[in-house]
Design a protein. Sequence first.
Length: 121
Amino acid sequence: MADKIILKGIEVKGRHGCSAEERSQLQRFIVDVELHLRLRQASKSDDLGDTIDYSAVLSDVKKIVGGTSRNLIETVAQEIADFLLRRYMLLEGVKIAIHKPSPPVGEKFGGASIEILRHRG
């Protein structure tokens, strides 16, 4: 699949992590989403109905990341992927990356990230 819509740097506050400290305070998460789908018809028709409205996807991602606390960002990424694949029938696959730039841990480092790739079926 060569066609994709890419949403980069979606910033959301959430309470995800295994420690009580991580779950007690809002943290910044940065999410990147790749939507894998066929864009040929949309490029010909110039009609939003032939593609996926990325503003709706942004809203979906923000609700999930800002919603129920999870221990693992892996779980959050899977929830995003599952939701998007259920909601948008044009999707053939999704890639979700979640970055936790400032985890409240004792060590100083550049953050933690995960990335998953999921396909329909």
